[in-house]
Ligand binder design. Structure first.
Ligand SMILES: [Zn+2]
Length: 301
């Protein structure tokens, strides 16, 4: 079995929107326990805090200032996305974690960031429990540093990542592919098949909406139909936004994958030599087990 590098900072546990909110800030802790219990070879990588300069690679100065002000006031970016100093600090570490994850991926390591894939954060606005678009920032930073030219994103969170879509919509150097529940039936209400990118980026944004109730067979067929696209798009790194809110017991959505489906998904992504896994959505109490199921497919020979 291969070793997995786990990007994790104690500050991640502070990404906590308060009682009654569906985001489970503490989910990393039982997952780390399970890695030990099941003797999964792993090493913890502790990320640094990202800088404002990093954030501004994607977000506007006005947005960053607004987030900082709201954090001081313990306000909210939207009805579902409160901000306070702890959440803001954890968000900076999430970005630092995604930068670190991509850098280690380029060395040929298998890497998983336990707080990443915050795909609802757009250039100048956000909602959906996301403050900064960590993986978009990481891609832009590695491009700026000359470490990569082109990147692919496979986003399999149950929600469409409208923030990531907006950021790369006219960019032909980042090919974004998203499988998600039909956005006419779920937040964020956008992410349609007709949205294919614009200008130079036309053809580099692919949305594959799936009807509520989609089960394993149809889901894996859809995934298998888009995986070969990686061969047609020369790239230096792949980001996998691994939402496990496609699980049948997830309280926020209606796709019906089973625990063992994630192992089959992991097997499919094993063939990617340079893949950074971002642990995005996942609101059932089974989330740590679903990540573990993914690793069984991803790491086992
Ligand atoms: Zn989600």
């Amino acid at each position: 079995m291969e070793e997995i590098k786990i990007v994790f900072h104690q500050k991640y546990l502070k990404y906590d929107f308060g009682p009654g909110h569906p985001f489970w800030a503490g989910r990393a802790a039982p997952f780390l326990e399970k890695l030990k219990k099941y003797k999964i070879p792993h090493e913890i990588l502790v990320p640094e805090k990202a800088s404002d300069e990093d954030i501004l690679l994607v977000h506007t100065k006005d947005y960053l200032n607004r987030v900082k002000r709201l954090a001081r006031e313990c306000g909210a970016l939207s009805i579902d996305t409160p901000v306070n100093p702890d959440i803001l600090e954890a968000s900076y570490y999430s970005v630092g974690g995604s930068i670190m994850a991509l850098e280690h991926t380029l060395k040929g390591e298998r890497v998983m960031n336990l707080l990443g894939g915050l795909h609802h954060a757009g250039i100048s606005d956000s909602s959906g429990f996301c403050i900064f678009n960590d993986h978009a920032i990481a891609i832009r930073k590695l491009q700026k540093d000359g470490k990569i030219k082109k990147a692919m994103i496979y986003d399999i969170d149950v929600h469409a990542g409208q923030g990531t879509q907006e950021i790369f919509y006219s960019d032909p150097k980042v090919f974004t592919i998203s499988l998600h529940q039909d956005p006419t039936t779920l937040y964020p209400g956008t992410g349609f098949a007709s949205q294919k990118g614009e200008g130079a980026g036309e053809g580099y944004n692919l949305n594959m909406p799936l009807p509520p109730g989609t089960g394993e067979k149809e889901y894996l067929q859809a995934l298998d139909s888009v995986l070969p696209l990686a061969k047609k798009f020369p790239h230096d790194v792949v980001v996998l936004v691994l939402g496990v809110d496609t699980f049948e017991e997830d309280p926020l959505a209606s796709i019906k994958l089973k625990e063992e489906t994630y192992q089959k998904i992991g097997q499919r992504f094993k063939k990617f030599a340079k893949l950074a896994v971002m642990c995005a959505g996942g609101y059932s109490r089974k989330t740590p087990d679903l990540w573990l199921s993914f690793l069984k497919g991803y790491l086992w020979p």
